[in-house]
Design a protein around this ligand. Structure first.
Ligand SMILES: Nc1nc2c(ncn2[C@@H]2O[C@H](COP(=O)(O)OP(=O)(O)OP(=O)(O)O)[C@@H](O)[C@H]2O)c(=O)[nH]1
Ligand SMILES: [Mg+2]
Length: 422
């Protein structure tokens, strides 16, 4: 792991326009989040600068007077301004020129975090697609700002007649996105095959941990499965879906997946490109929606997560609402009253983890059916699989084989029945 120790962290000023539609609470929560995003990138936040306005200034986001004021504030005190909205390339360009330092918008900040945290080949490709998608219109804008000469600079050599530098760049970007998408599709197909094989072997009971970034999904993943998921007080620590068995194993065997966190205004390109990562999770029969109960803005986070889940087609998957971090704050009684069937817990308390484990088990137990299988002596190699996927309640020998009374998932029982007949 690389650590930024030796060189001084970049000093950032967080700036935002409060539109009439944004309540003070919402506005503050969003700024707090941007400060945390900045911290995740290793910036030191040295100030916050806000303005109430009917709309964004079309030229440079903040109003003219405010830009001058911000310039004074930046002077020797800050290296970068972070803007809490997605702004256009020309707005960013003008703001940079007037304020005299680099400007990054919220989308760019999130994309940069994803870029730094991406580990697997799939996550890297997904982030690159999203970054290129963000870049493409900005290149067009940059070319416009550079003036007509650069647009007229028509090509001879390898370039198609009359194609400008920026058009060429955009074509390259399109080709690169297509190439990455192809790679991803291939990886996706491979994962699907692996998944199908895994389901054959291990059953179908799957629960996915989903929720806002930093809610504690990976912490719970660790506690539930005894795995070494990465836990960090950072936003978007996890970008890949990982899958492990619920520990200790029982019947049915339950697989738990940890997933990428969500955030307000998740750049659209990221939602699209992480869809394939999430697909695996969405095939779960249960979503454990983890919420940080100690965050004053938890209701908004809960709503954002539900919106994104809707968007990616998971509206109808059953939910288990898990309010985590109650040791840090939050009103347990109020939560229980408002969200029936929810779990209120702390990942720091072993007893609470056990409660969560039991709630997950109970959900999957509901689906189990009892059945009697006849296993001919000639099909004894199936025994191991029966004992691995079902609970065997009774066994008695009879003539050509043995009768087994089992309890298991309907699909698993059906599959075993067919295999025993062969
Ligand atoms: N006090 C307290 N802290 C917790 C609890 N659960 C998790 N944390 C802390 O919260 C931070 C975030 O936890 P993670 O498990 O990485 O969160 P995540 O939901 O996986 O976050 P992303 O991967 O960024 O989406 C870590 O510093 C954890 O130690 C809890 O119940 N109580
Ligand atoms: Mg995580």
């Amino acid at each position: 792991m690389t650590r930024e120790v030796d060189h001084k962290p970049k000093r950032a000023i967080v700036a935002a326009v409060q539109l009439p539609g944004a309540s003070d609470v919402e506005f503050e929560a969003s700024l707090t989040e941007l400060r945390q995003l900045a911290k995740t990138l290793g910036f030191e936040v040295v100030g916050t600068f806000t303005q109430k306005r009917a709309s964004f200034d079309s030229a440079a986001y903040l109003g003219l007077g405010k830009r001058q004021e911000l310039k004074g504030l930046v002077q020797d005190r800050a290296d970068i301004v972070l803007v809490d909205h997605e702004i256009s390339p020309s707005q960013a360009h003008n703001l940079e020129k007037e304020v005299g330092c680099e400007v990054m918008d919220r989308t760019m900040v999130i994309l940069e975090i994803f870029h730094r945290h991406a580990r697997s080949r799939a996550a890297r490709a997904q982030v690159e697609i999203a970054r290129l998608g963000y870049m493409a219109p900005r290149l067009r804008e940059a070319a416009k700002l550079a003036g007509p000469q650069s647009r007229e600079r028509s090509g001879v050599g390898g370039r198609a007649g009359g194609e400008s530098q920026s058009e060429l760049d955009r074509r390259k970007i399109r080709d690169r996105i297509a190439e990455l998408q192809k790679e991803l599709d291939a990886m996706h197909l491979e994962r699907k095959t692996q998944r199908a094989r895994r389901q054959e072997r291990q059953g179908l009971a799957r629960v996915a941990l989903v929720g806002y970034t930093n809610a504690g999904k990976s912490t719970l993943m660790r506690a539930l499965t005894g795995s070494e998921a990465l836990v960090a007080d950072k936003l978007f620590a996890t970008l890949d879906t990982t899958v492990r068995a619920l520990h200790p194993e029982g019947v049915p065997r339950i697989l738990v997946s940890d997933t990428v966190g969500f955030i307000k205004n998740l750049p659209h390109g990221l939602v699209a490109s992480f869809k394939s990562t999430l697909d695996e999770a969405l095939e779960a029969s249960l979503l454990a929606h983890v919420v940080d109960a100690s965050d004053p803005g938890f209701e908004r986070q809960l709503a954002v997560t539900e919106e994104v889940l809707d968007e990616i087609g998971a509206k109808d998957v059953p939910r288990l609402l898990v309010f985590n971090k109650i040791d840090r704050g939050g009103d347990e009684a109020a939560l229980r009253a408002k969200y029936s069937g929810c779990i209120v817990m702390s990942a720091r308390r072993e007893g609470d983890i056990e409660k969560l484990r039991e709630a997950i088990r109970a959900f999957f137990r509901q689906r189990l059916v009892e059945a009697e299988l006849f296993l001919p002596w000639s099909a004894q190699k199936l025994r191991g699989e029966i004992f691995a996927t079902c609970e065997v309640l009774e066994e008695r020998a009879a003539g050509e084989g043995a009768f087994l009374r089992v309890r298991g998932e309907p699909e698993a029982v059906q599959r075993l029945r067919e295999q025993a007949r062969r």
